[in-house]
Design a protein around this ligand. Sequence first.
Ligand code: SF4
Length: 457
Amino acid sequence: MSSELNRVDFTFQYPPFNVLGKREVGWTEAEAASSADRPMHLYLHIPYCRSKCQFCFYKVWGVGTGEKAADSTQSYLDLLFREIDLYARSAKVQARTVRSIYIGGGTPSLLSLKQIELLVGKLRESFRFRPGHEFSFESYPDEEVLTREKLDCLKQMGITRLSMGVQSLDDRIQELNGRPARKDQFLRLYAYARTLGFRSINLDFMSGMVGETMQSWKKQIDEILDLAPQNVSLYKLEFYLNSRLTTSLRHGHKKAALVMSDAAEARLAKYAFDRLEDAGGYIPSNSSALTQSLDVEQVHTKAIWNGEDLLAMGLSSYGIFDSYMYQNTANPDQYAELVLKGELPVLRAHHITEREKMARTMVNGVKVLKLARATFAARHGSDMQEVYGDVIGPLVKRGLLELDDKELRVPRSHTIFADDICRDFFLPEHTTMMTSQMLRSKIVKGSPEQSAAAVLS
Ligand code: SF4
């Protein structure tokens, strides 16, 4: 396989979801002792948002704000607490200590103050935490969803990393992409959050949104530099087939004229990484995130991509625990039925083989931009060159990877293509995954698509 550099298809995890089979989780309490010294991470999914953004492909429900939202989410939280209890009763889980928690969605900041306190309290009484653990909380920067009181509460509850889903600082672009969030509200909330002293604030942005241009993007990157968050995430907008935006574009909506090509999006990403590194001193963590310093770099994602276990709870959440990948059901009725019966709401699972683990080390190592040879050898008993020399060699020759005695690296010039490069390490049976998105080349009319890799020349 030879990497095509096009930034199409973000690799969410390896092995890919396609390998998930029947509900065959094989955890046993007897194995608890074997995993006692290994850290784990928690993910809690809140599948509710104020309203559903047009490009969103997640299974989330729009429930408005305020009391209306609190009423809609309460019965879900009751079920989530039952799922937490199921894990908390397991000796296997109790043998472990938690290194990071991530409450994501959806929009967790939609929960009321009381619900946030109850959820965090429930986690604190149910699991054992390592000193200095990271605690991330996702928020939607809209004053009807995230109030100053909620920010105070999050700080008091021990949240160390506040993530704000900004996506764009241009209200015109937010509107074109069906998001009610507004810049002035975000700026007020961000300024207040900064005064509270979270260990780190992450701002999420999207490149290639409908209506974005290089000019608007450059302005936004300058504004991000002024805001100086500890972490910046930059995700490419992809047109998943199950989003309302993709459906309207497939039916010929005139917004298609405002969609940029993959090559143009790659130029935005390259510009952003170069400028944030050169003018802001940011350090790339992977192909879609930068950090001001390794002291405030996100622990959660990096640790999971480094092979640590993730205990995921909530509707449709996905985790990896003791060599099992699993995904919870996304059907609310089935979720309720299973947890009320005292069963884990796992829909499908897969036992990761040693061969897959080895490939995963390489895939994720490329995703986080470097992998120490000693790490690979310690995990798999041989040097990476012995196992993957035939894959690494051609990639080094093409300038997509660098290899020395100590580590394998993605060169700075190719950071934005790490998700393309990592696919060369996929096992053959995983290379023909069906894409669930509409390619930009099918939307953007006019001259033939220029290769995204052309941004490097
Ligand atoms: S806020 Fe995020 S999860 Fe919610 S609808 Fe928008 S994109 Fe989807």
